[in-house]
Design a protein around this ligand. Sequence first.
Ligand SMILES: NC(=O)c1ccc[n+]([C@@H]2O[C@H](COP(=O)([O-])OP(=O)(O)OC[C@H]3O[C@@H](n4cnc5c(N)ncnc54)[C@H](OP(=O)(O)O)[C@@H]3O)[C@@H](O)[C@H]2O)c1
Length: 331
Amino acid sequence: MNNYSPLENRYQSMPYKRSGRSGLQLPAISLGMWYNFGGVDPFENGRAIARRAFDMGVTHFDLANNYGPPPGSAEETFGRLMKLDFAPFRDELIISSKAGYDMWPGPYGEWGSRKYLLASLDQSLKRMGLEYVDIFYSHRFDPNTPLEETMGALDTAVRQGKALYVGISSYSPEDTRRAAEILRQLGTPCLIHQPSYNMFDRWIENGLLDVLDEQGLGCIVFSPLAQGQLTDRYLGGIPVGSRATKTERVWLTPDKVQHNITRIRKLNDLALRRGQKLSQMAIAWVLRKPQVTSALVGASSVPQLEQSLGALENLSFSQEELDAIETILKE
Ligand SMILES: NC(=O)c1ccc[n+]([C@@H]2O[C@H](COP(=O)([O-])OP(=O)(O)OC[C@H]3O[C@@H](n4cnc5c(N)ncnc54)[C@H](OP(=O)(O)O)[C@@H]3O)[C@@H](O)[C@H]2O)c1
């Protein structure tokens, strides 16, 4: 039974921006399902986050074959959400998935072969109960597979009607340029690049953003909150249940938080002086780059998501504020 009616005014406050030189507009803030939507997570909590997001104009949900845990379960959760809540709104949604990381045993269960990418997309569609995804990504560059093969598989996915657009994630500037050129020749222009970007991780400023401009690709940046470090989550210590305490995936550790905490406190003071939460300033900061189409956030609760969306109330920075951020980050 579908008893979800999204808010009538859901398109009134979210800015949408074209992805590169394509016709597709993405919301300034998108929601990722890497954490908090797995088989181990409470379904109703994820459901409430996804509904609230859509109510507030977040039209884009990002997934990958391996999100969970266990791997695949975030897509299964999303399939349930589609069935229960979002099926009538499929044409209002941009749903992405990816293949690249370890998904099943044997030589065909990871990286960038045609065999793996197309089999994985079929599995993802089945788990989500979808006929097509809006964006299908190569999740990582594969140094041992010809790039023509990986990009050829993305092109095939579009020609099969199983994806509308394609993207790449975490490719270097040089590999991005080559990938974009191959895809253009194949007649399936690359829509978007999905790299990490936040105040503590600025690799895309060293060449990638220029390539995206040159090639006309959009950019959706993941972990703009540095996985929760750029919020008030860790100001009073490491709370039980926070991402830094999760041991099944160790991307964020208490040591890492400890290493950054002095800068986090100073950035927090600066955000408060701007009349914003630190999370909101961190999101506004990634969106200040004209190449950035969307900030791809995660949330473990509805209030966290609402706080992130509050960033939209002040996206501008004075030169003094930007300089003050640079000074803190150099400390
Ligand atoms: N392409 C790739 O290789 C790749 C890699 C990583 C991520 N991604 C994508 O990017 C998405 C976002 O990544 P992310 O989850 O690392 O992004 P993030 O927005 O940097 O971190 C989200 C986490 O920060 C904490 N948080 C968020 N808002 C908060 C608030 N207001 N106050 C306190 N804590 C807050 C929560 O963690 P707690 O659990 O501590 O509450 C939340 O789960 C993923 O879901 C995925 O779609 C892609």
